[in-house]
Write a protein that binds this ligand. Sequence first.
Ligand SMILES: Cc1cc2nc3c(=O)[nH]c(=O)nc-3n(C[C@H](O)[C@H](O)[C@H](O)COP(=O)(O)O)c2cc1C
Ligand code: SF4
Length: 501
Amino acid sequence: MEKKGAQRFKVLELLEHHGGLRPGVVERVSRETGVPAADVYGVATFYSLVARPDANVRVCQGLSCKLGGADDLLAKLAADGVPHEAVSCLGACDRPPVAIDAGLELATVGPPGGLSPDDPSLPMNLAGADDPSWPAFATARRLGTDAVLHQVDASGLQGRGGAGFPAAFKWKAVARHPSPTRYLVMNADEGEPGTFKDRALMVHRPHLVMEGLAIAAWAAGAAVAFIYIRGEFPDARRALERALGETTADLDWLDVRFVMGHGAYICGEETALLEAIEGRRGMPRLKPPYPTDQGLWGQPTLMNNVETLACVPSIVTRGAQWFRDQGRTGAGSKLYCVSGHVQRPGTYELPLGVTLDEVVQAAGGYVGTPKAFSPGGASAGFLAMAHRDTPLDFSSLVAVGSMLGSAGVVVLNDTVAMPDAVRWQQVFFEDESCGQCTPCRVGARMQRRAIDAYLEGDPKALQHVDDVHWEMDAGSICGLGMTASLPLQSAMKHFPEEFGG
Ligand SMILES: Cc1cc2nc3c(=O)[nH]c(=O)nc-3n(C[C@H](O)[C@H](O)[C@H](O)COP(=O)(O)O)c2cc1C
Ligand code: SF4
């Protein structure tokens, strides 16, 4: 399968192995892979962990970390003369301010939020206890692929990676594809600011995650499964590898390969992720063709989020209807990541469709007087407390101009000025645009500059925000460019008094 790209797919691995973008490394990797040096250099500069290997400490700039003192930490590191770098979200928003050390291990002091409720007797799906014998996998093989595909369909499972796409649709498309070579990819690149549920799942329920992956690969007829996991999540990789070593299930038919990310948020987008596995810059592909038809190396590929796959064992053993019944306005339970101004930030499993107040109640209540919230990560923008009763599900939030996305719920209280919060999010999108669509690359910069100019006292700075958004939405090929204006636009809509309205 990798014949055509055999050397190319090693580019990132070798760049990392030789210490990142240092003198002589590009030429060496070029010699070792046969990929032209200019091309290797282009790949190396795209990925922050490779491009800037000398940062000792990396400090998260996500919204929750900003609220939790990231700027003070940066100032202290500068004063102490520690080589450091400010980076986009590090996926541990329950422990702000988050930093990682040179080995990419968490160097943060706060207690982990964990998966809650951590009680196996509760009828919930994901927050129970792990079983290394993988009983659902054995049941799935006994039932047969058609029965499993039918169950996943009947369960109403929607992808938990952001779009809420029906899982069965993709599973069936790959399973019924005529190509004999098919792949499964688990998307564990969790990078949306405010989101840390996949990390919690992999660390706390590695067997459940791997069991779901095995069922999906088997049902789709994939003999090779790639786990694309954030480079900043070495703890999650260790947990998954341990589970693979511990399980007593028969896995002789499945080749599981780990590919580590190298610090580019856009690689969470499914086609950018495929490019990254193949050893290129993580630039999204035009769709169609969709990965289910032409994915990795042009072969049908089933890609699912970590949480999506972790829902599968329960669907197989407890049944499609059981799963449906766990939800309120949509099927199943859902992991909500809660951070910002709440008492106990963490990952909470609740019925799909609970309200903000219910999620925050699970997290111990509000800190101070709540003013705004972001229901699904940076891409979801901001909502005012008037929307506190909107069900946090895939359709209700879209109806109010937002989205559930990856369910990274960040709460802001009345000590936060919305223009500041907006600026932090717009900086994120400007930094993380892959740059291939001009409207996204230029528009993200214009939106950030607009909020900067407004903060510096120009009252007219925001007058073109909607026009720029229109261009970005119409001219971008992936979801980043389409949603990148949302923090600014939504805050202007819901808090006009803070934007000169
Ligand atoms: C900019 C961008 C970033 C994304 N990041 C992630 C991510 O980190 N993890 C993820 O599972 N899906 C992410 N997605 C969604 C994926 O493209 C894809 O829809 C998902 O992996 C499919 O799995 P699911 O159907 O199980 O949700 C992202 C999408 C976009 C547009
Ligand atoms: S919309 Fe932005 S991030 Fe997405 S492909 Fe285009 S330039 Fe890249």
